[in-house]
Ligand binder design. Structure first.
Ligand SMILES: Cc1cc2nc3c(=O)[nH]c(=O)nc-3n(C[C@H](O)[C@H](O)[C@H](O)COP(=O)(O)OP(=O)(O)OC[C@H]3O[C@@H](n4cnc5c(N)ncnc54)[C@H](O)[C@@H]3O)c2cc1C
Length: 478
């Protein structure tokens, strides 16, 4: 026994929500679309889990952050799915898929068939056991990937008021959780093997800017070492963390953020995989023409850099999902996906955005003792990446547009001198592709707090004028 749908979305996370909204915009009929998810709630904005969800006061709770509020679009509640005739099969794990027969088998034994499948299975948090450390099942060890994990973090946090937390990992999850724990008056020590936080993206100078602030909030960093084991009491609670460098940290709770692994296992041997994900073309179509993949699990061609990439960020989940649906519903009107990689984070009162690629030589700009800092990355004579903390909406838009244009840079010193003014000037040039929408990152739930500076406008205006003259001369020379 089983059900049949024209379109099935496997996975009920960010990408699934944005795909559902796009299906309705493109005229899907009631009864044609179904979403199968092992989570028990409809799609929600996952980034809220490490931000608004962990606030000590007025924390964000569902239904307030169902997709697609993160992009300032409609909030898709259970009622919305019902009204649009979209079947939500929640709390249901798919345990196998047969792409040749176009069927899925759920853990409760139902076979569901499809004409078109969209894989939106996202990723799972890597476990300590995968690195040879046991203890993940202790009641005061937390991961953070889904709502159940977030509820556990809240419960454990509340049970160890003013206690000690050890955060394992210095990436996104570690940094955002550490900030939330401190805000909840918990003493935090972060442990990671790299020389600075956010090592995959930040330069040492950017990292030191944030680490300085974290230090001022009481966060301690233990770098260049890793967790080797836990001290566990007779009732199964972690009491201390042993590090490979021989030191020991007391712990009332442990939060682990050591990376993720895309959920591809159902498709291994059936679809082409690349970069740890499911390989798709510029229409998000996999090696099987009836199967599409979107979000964290998809490895897609990034035209701007001429290579296949798999991104683990919310903006690409939203946009790959929309693109796949457009390619399915309006194939003749849909071009190849042309995406500018975009990530952001918010911690304490900070808010940064990054565009493009962090490859090549770095040029820092801004006031690293103040509130607005930035960096450009220049590779093979072109600006390929940009980072800005504390910018305005217009400044972020200028950065996105400039990065997409990949302007030629033959004078790094001049770029450094111009700083943000460079992007503000270059971005005024006409653009052929649509600019990256940066408005979606103003999610109220995540409490954005942009730093505004009264003097910046004046300084900027002067530097823009000077730069416009310089750049105009250069353009004529080029
Ligand atoms: C706490 C947190 C904070 C984040 N903050 C940021 C941020 O600030 N900025 C940023 O750019 N990105 C951030 N991200 C990353 C962002 O949330 C992800 O890139 C995004 O959620 C990916 O969307 P997705 O739909 O591909 O996967 P997901 O949102 O993970 O959804 C995958 C879904 O598939 C389901 N699923 C998987 N396998 C099966 C199966 N076999 N059967 C049924 N269901 C299945 C899962 O349960 C889940 O519902 C954050 C992520 C987390 C966890």
């Amino acid at each position: 026994m089983g059900r049949a749908f024209v379109y099935v979305i496997l996975g009920g996370g960010v990408a699934a929500g944005y795909a559902a909204l796009e299906f309705t915009k493109k005229g899907v009929s009631p009864g044609e679309l179904c979403i199968i998810s092992d989570e028990t709630v409809p799609p929600y904005e996952r980034p809220a889990l490490s931000k608004g969800y962990l606030l000590p006061e007025a924390p964000a709770r569902l239904p307030s952050f169902h997709t697609c509020v993160g992009a300032n679009e409609e909030r898709l509640t259970p009622k919305w799915y019902k009204e649009h005739g979209i079947e939500l099969i929640l709390g249901t794990r798919v345990k196998s898929v047969d792409v040749r027969r176009k069927t899925l088998l759920t853990a409760v034994g139902e076979t569901i068939s499809y004409k078109i499948l969209i894989i939106a299975t996202g990723a799972r948090a890597l476990k300590l056991e995968e690195f040879g450390v046991s203890g993940s099942d202790a009641e005061n060890v937390c991961y953070l990937r889904d709502l159940a994990d977030a509820n556990r973090v809240v419960d454990v946090m509340q049970s160890c008021a003013s206690g000690n937390a050890v955060v394992i990992g210095g990436g996104y999850i570690g940094m955002e959780c550490a900030a939330s724990l401190v805000t909840n008056r918990i003493n935090v020590t972060m442990v990671f093997p790299e020389v600075h936080c956010m090592a995959r993206l930040f330069t040492p100078k950017i990292a030191s800017y944030y680490e300085g602030y974290y230090n001022s909030k009481g966060v301690r960093f233990v770098k260049g070492t890793v967790l080797s084991s836990f001290e566990i009491d007779p009732i199964g609670k972690i009491t201390a963390v042993n590090l490979r460098d021989g030191s020991q940290l007391p712990a009332d709770m442990v939060v682990v953020g050591i990376g993720i692994r895309p959920n591809t296992s159902l498709f291994e041997g059936q679809l082409t995989l690349e970069k740890g994900g499911i390989k798709v073309n510029g229409r998000m179509q996999t090696s099987n023409t009836s199967v599409y993949a979107v979000g964290d699990v998809a490895a897609f061609p990034v035209k701007l850099f001429g290579e296949t990439r798999r991104l683990e960020h919310v903006d690409s989940a939203r946009k790959t999902a929309k693109h796949a649906v457009a390619a399915i519903m309006e194939p003749e009107k849909t071009d190849e996906f042309d995406y500018l990689p975009f990530f952001y984070s918010r911690v304490f009162t900070f808010s940064w955005q990054f565009y493009g690629d962090n490859a090549g030589e770095v040029v820092h700009f801004g006031d690293y003792s103040g509130n607005t800092i930035g960096a450009y990355w220049v590779s093979k004579g072109h600006l390929v990446g940009s980072f800005l903390e504390g910018g305005t909406k217009e400044e972020y838009e200028a950065l996105a547009k400039t990065t997409r244009l990949k302007p030629a840079i033959d004078d790094i010193t001049e770029l450094e001198r111009q700083g943000l003014g460079f992007a503000l000037t270059v971005s005024k040039k006409p653009l052929t592709s649509p600019p990256t929408d940066v408005s979606d990152s103003t999610l109220v739930l995540e409490r954005p707090l942009f730093a505004w500076h009264a003097t910046a406008g004046v300084i900027m205006a002067a530097s823009i004028a000077a730069f416009a003259y310089w750049y105009g001369k250069r353009r004529r020379r080029w």
